[in-house]
Design a binder for this molecule. Structure first.
Ligand SMILES: [Mg+2]
Length: 362
């Protein structure tokens, strides 16, 4: 039970590696240093998984289609990802975190929240913990990390961006509400482009605008996210740092600015989602058997279509094939499509096929 009245202000650190995959590649291959590189495929439907800071200067960023990236930066060097190496580095980083606290919540291979309120070193000052961790990461891996320190997850996450790369920032309880008021909502963690657009239409462009809205208004317009937005507009976020979350599924979805009616644009819209969930599975050694396609129509009616393979998917092509199979029968759609999502479930460990690779019976 919570001890009313005496719970201390929490100390949360968000650690985020700088341009992680790209930095690992530049670390391991001196020829790539100082050059604009993108980790990811250069193929027609490829997507940038990570961009070096030299590439970012050209406007290249992660999740951008490789074709677009190449146009923005003609000398861009594409490097195929090496997830086994990223996983190993990630493990080294997590071991460093674990010297300070067992309360670690990884968000991905290169990012984690740490609750250091009660830490294993008995250190009082969270900013000192963050500095030490970053120095150790540099010493052990040769890579730069940035950190945000605050009294909740939302602000710690926002703070880690403030002095990136290779820096850290603190947001205190005194500064939190003021910081949020001045912040454009499109920069909020948890507000994607479609939500930002919707907020804009509702006259909400900054944290201050968001703070003016009632809880009822936010729930009416944003459903489950309403209370979260209401809280963060005030610098309040009660979510706990949850260690070792076991994933039951891996999914990604996107709301489109304009409703889709044709197969082509819908398939195109799904590609970055496919790449995202696949990259997550590869990065974490997860094998999945069930693929679920979610379709939300303009009238907010929603359908899902699933297919379960007999063995875990072993290549992104298999995932693409299943998505195609699930997607095509819904065309022509009865209404415009406003959202598409792909979720993988029935998760297990990825296994290397010992027999000739089994293609899925479609
Ligand atoms: Mg990062």
């Amino acid at each position: 039970m919570k001890d009313l009245g005496s719970s201390p202000i929490r100390k949360i650190v968000h650690v985020d590696m700088d341009a992680f995959y790209a930095s690992v590649e530049q670390r391991d291959n001196p020829e790539l240093r100082g050059k604009p590189i993108a980790v990811g495929g250069s193929a027609a439907r490829g997507v940038v998984a990570a961009a070096s800071y030299e590439a970012r200067a050209f406007g290249v960023h992660s999740a951008m289609p490789s074709v677009t990236a190449k146009r923005k930066c003609p000398e861009l060097i594409f490097v195929p990802p090496r997830f086994d190496v990223y996983r190993a580095v990630s493990q080294q980083i997590r071991e460093i975190f674990a010297e300070y606290t067992p309360v670690i919540e990884p968000l991905s291979l290169d990012e984690a929240y740490l609750d250091v309120t009660k830490n294993l070193k008995g250190m009082e000052v969270a900013t000192e913990i963050a500095s030490e961790i970053r120095a150790k990461i540099k010493q052990v891996t040769g890579l730069n990390a940035s950190a945000g320190i605050s009294y909740n997850k939302f602000l710690a996450k926002m703070a880690s961006d403030l002095n990136k790369p290779n820096g850290q920032a603190v947001i205190t309880p005194k500064n939190g509400p003021v910081f949020v008021e001045a912040l454009p909502v499109k920069k909020f963690h948890g507000v994607g482009p479609a939500t930002a657009e919707k907020m804009h239409r509702l006259g909400i462009d900054t944290g201050a605008d968001l703070k003016e809205k009632t809880l009822e208004f936010l729930v009416e317009n944003f459903g489950k996210s309403g209370p979260y937005f209401y809280g963060i507009a005030r610098g309040i976020d009660e979510r706990e740092v949850k260690p070792n979350r076991e994933r039951k599924s891996v999914g990604a979805e996107d709301t489109f600015l304009q409703d889709l009616h044709a197969y082509g644009p819908a398939r195109e819209g799904l590609q970055p989602l496919i790449e995202k969930v696949w990259a997550y599975c590869e990065a974490n050694g997860i094998g999945a058997k069930t693929v679920t396609l979610k379709v939300k129509y303009a009238d907010f009616n929603q359908i899902t279509r699933s297919k379960t393979a007999s063995t875990p998917l072993s290549a992104i092509d298999d995932l693409e094939d299943i998505v195609d199979l699930l997607l095509s029968p819904i065309f022509p759609p009865r209404k415009g499509i406003r959202l598409l999502g792909v979720t993988l479930s029935s998760l297990g460990r990825q296994t290397v096929a010992m027999e000739p690779q089994l293609r899925l019976a479609l």
